[in-house]
Design a protein around this ligand. Structure first.
Ligand SMILES: C[S@@+](CC[C@H](N)C(=O)[O-])C[C@H]1O[C@@H](n2cnc3c(N)ncnc32)[C@H](O)[C@@H]1O
Length: 260
């Protein structure tokens, strides 16, 4: 059974370029097994043969791997700190910021950043890159259409100003959509952008093995400018940040510091 699974993940890597051995095994195996069983395959090999031939089955499989749940202003207290403290710190000596929302899913996170900057730092020129491994999530992000539930923590005033509500859905204003450059990027395989002032990477590191996380922290640290900030999810604190030339700036925020 375990051999069957390990053979499966190495074939999946060849087929779609996603290395599942870098994701926590128990959780990933459970998710994939339940989908495989639901589709009526009793071995991973048989399931893989079907994935190779059936595009829809493959899309469903990729969808299951990538957990796309997101919200505007997710964990609003942290977004307050971002606005009041972190962004103030970052713009102290500059008028333009390079920001990367990594694993942005369907766009709620980069759009929250865009709204925050436009409303509170209108003189700052913001280059916001938003990336994810999941092309379907990126397509939805570009559309900018959301269920009301995902806006529950967005300040009401912004909700009224930047969304049109129709048939129970919320349509984001084009001027905010235009502020984001969406791109496909695999955190486990692709080159990282450089000279970034702020990296927001939340609620994805929890899925990776410790080894994969360590590589990602190193890459993030190298991607940041001196004194740049990494903003992680609310269960994702880094245990020895100094190993990556990072220091705690505030809870769930890390600052890039000098190499020793
Ligand atoms: C739970 S969502 C997080 C969305 C957003 N950052 C937030 O906190 O609301 C996790 C996202 O990570 C993406 N993801 C998973 N593995 C990835 C990888 N190797 N590289 C880039 N993105 C990945 C998934 O496609 C999914 O959209």
């Amino acid at each position: 059974m375990s051999q069957d699974y390990h053979g499966f993940i190495s074939r999946v890597k060849q087929l779609v370029g996603i290395d599942l051995s870098l994701y926590k095994e128990a959780q990933m195996k459970r998710r994939i097994t339940s989908l495989r069983d639901k589709r009526g395959f009793n071995s991973f090999i048989a399931y893989f043969e079907a994935l190779k031939q059936d595009k829809e089955l493959l899309n469903e499989f990729i969808d299951r791997l990538t957990i796309n749940v997101s919200e505007f202003y997710r964990n609003p207290k942290r977004w307050e700190v971002l606005q009041e403290k972190v962004l103030q710190h970052l713009i102290k000596d500059k008028k333009s910021l390079t920001i990367w929302s990594a694993a942005c899913s369907t766009g709620e996170e980069p759009y929250s950043l865009a709204i925050m900057l436009k409303e509170n730092f209108p003189d700052v020129q913001a280059n916001i890159l938003a990336t994810d491994i999941d092309e379907k999530a990126l397509d939805r992000a570009k559309q900018g259409i959301y269920k009301e539930q995902s806006l529950k923590d967005l300040p009401e005033i912004y909700k009224n100003k930047y969304f049109v509500q129709k048939n129970g859905l919320c349509y984001l204003d084009d001027q905010i959509k235009k502020m984001i450059n969406f791109k496909s990027h695999n955190l486990l395989a692709d080159r990282y952008p450089q000279n970034v002032d702020l990296i927001v990477c939340r609620n994805v590191l929890i899925y990776f093995t410790d080894e994969a996380k360590q590589n990602i922290y190193t890459n993030f640290s190298n991607a940041l400018v001196q004194n740049g900030i990494l903003f992680v999810g609310s269960t994702e604190q880094i245990f020895s940040p100094d190993e990556y030339n990072l220091s705690v700036y505030d809870t769930f925020f890390y600052e890039r510091i000098n190499q020793n």
